[in-house]
Design a protein around this ligand. Structure first.
Ligand SMILES: NC(=O)c1ccc[n+]([C@@H]2O[C@H](COP(=O)([O-])OP(=O)(O)OC[C@H]3O[C@@H](n4cnc5c(N)ncnc54)[C@H](OP(=O)(O)O)[C@@H]3O)[C@@H](O)[C@H]2O)c1
Length: 324
């Protein structure tokens, strides 16, 4: 029975092929094009991810100051460390003077004679010209800014209905306002350096893989991280000719926000090292290849449902253990 069906399908295809050779040729060409372009695109992605050497960033940006928001812990601290190790001067912004002083002392011991400026500012408040004036005054003092790293962020994972309204407000303020306002304050200086002094500049903005994953228990966080990604994408269209503008979409990385261990949880050092090797080339990066795999896998059909079930099961298990 099956072999009869098989023979009849084969005969029909053969006779169709004989009668409509031009249609068959078009199908073959389209197939070859699809396979060829997919193979090329994946080869290019693999090359970019694993083989392409990073740029010499000190040479590309000709030194200058790297400004990092949220620089006392996690990814921000590590961005500051890796730029300091390359010889850049630093401007570190965070809300706690003691922590900033401790970072400065440590970096001075590690990296010697680089200049480090500190700005104490709490971003957990709405924008008002008056409230942001002290920050603006401090930023106005900085000459020769070469890289702005919009890093500061806040996360609280829970179902929307269980999120405290004050925490929702904090996430909106800390994830949206500083990236917008810092860029607004620093853009004229970055453009002046690039256009008039002929020295290239960069803006690195921390979004998150949550921009793609949009998982349950991350409504506000995912929404704010999509804002970060969109802001960066459109700024790049407007100013990418002069400034390297890159959105960063890390997966889970050890920090104050993320305190658990798992095979896909990276150390900030790994994330930042891989991310900086994409600076000056990419408009966006997941950073490390593990997060690149995770970010791309998430977009495959069925992956999200599978991963969400797994995650919710693990969370339920953890809650059961805590309740015991
Ligand atoms: N870690 C991850 O898995 C992950 C994944 C994707 C994206 N990201 C993004 O990466 C960025 C950094 O995340 P992280 O995990 O490194 O964060 P983190 O460990 O919580 O560190 C945040 C830094 O920002 C400072 N900060 C927090 N709130 C502040 C405020 N209101 N005003 C001024 N400074 C403040 C903190 O200072 P204090 O020490 O005083 O709190 C700390 O220096 C965020 O934009 C986040 O969304 C992180």
């Amino acid at each position: 029975m099956l072999s009869n069906i098989h023979d009849s399908v084969k005969d029909n295809l053969e006779s169709f092929g004989h009668k409509h050779t031009h249609i068959m040729a078009a199908f073959c060409l389209y197939g070859a094009y699809t396979v060829g372009s997919t193979a090329l695109s994946w080869s290019w992605r693999l090359f970019k991810t694993f083989l392409r050497p990073g740029r010499n960033l000190f040479k590309r940006y000709q030194g200058g100051y790297v400004l990092v928001t949220g620089a006392t812990f996690g990814l921000g601290l590590e961005y500051a460390r890796q730029f300091a190790a390359k010889g850049f001067n630093l401007v570190l912004v965070a809300r706690n003077q003691e922590k900033l002083d401790a970072v400065k002392r440590k970096f001075k011991e590690e990296f010697g004679d680089i200049d480090i400026k500190l700005i104490v500012f709490d971003f957990d408040k709405p924008y008002t010209a008056e409230g942001y004036q002290p920050l603006k005054d401090a930023l106005d003092q900085i000459e020769d800014i070469s890289v702005l790293i919009n890093n500061v962020g806040a996360l609280k994972a829970d179902y929307f209905n269980d999120l405290d309204i004050d925490m929702i407000n904090t996430m909106m303020q800390v994830n949206l306002v500083p990236q917008t306002v810092m860029t607004k304050f620093m853009l004229p200086k970055l453009l002046e350096r690039s256009k008039n002094q002929g020295k290239r500049t960069a803006i690195i903005s921390l979004s998150s893989v949550a921009h793609y994953t949009r998982m349950r228990r991350s409504t506000i966080y995912s929404a704010t991280k999509s804002f970060n990604k969109t802001l960066s994408d459109v700024l790049r269209k407007e100013y990418g000719e002069y400034i390297d503008i890159m959105a960063v979409l890390p997966g889970v990385t050890k920090s104050q926000m993320i305190t658990f261990d798992a095979p896909f949880v990276l150390q900030p050092e790994q994330h930042v090292r891989w991310t900086l090797s994409d600076l000056g080339y990419n408009s966006q990066t997941f950073g490390h290849y593990k997060h690149w795999i995770y970010g791309n896998a998430y977009r495959l059909p069925g992956f999200e449902a599978f991963y969400t079930r797994l995650r919710l099961r693990l969370l339920a298990q953890k809650k059961k253990e805590q309740d015991k």
